[in-house]
Design a protein. Structure first.
Length: 65
């Protein structure tokens, strides 16, 4: 299943890499895509851990809109 989040403060490739590097530590996640232009993070996972992922992104400085 794919989960899509609109988040704030994604401005560059460094932001995208920061998000991906941290979320990749979660073994439940199969794939992560970050669209800098749209400010979106897409996560592919068989497990819905939405609250955990939102918490991680918020702690990194990229809160969900």
């Amino acid at each position: 299943m794919k989960y899509r989040f609109e988040v704030e403060n994604i401005k560059c490739g460094g932001c995208a890499a920061n998000i991906k590097n941290r979320l990749q530590q979660d073994e439940r996640i199969l794939n992560i895509e970050v669209d800098i232009d749209k400010g979106c993070v897409s996560i592919e996972s068989e497990t819905d851990a939405t609250n955990d992922w939102i918490k991680v992104m918020t702690e990194l400085g990229y809160p969900v809109k």
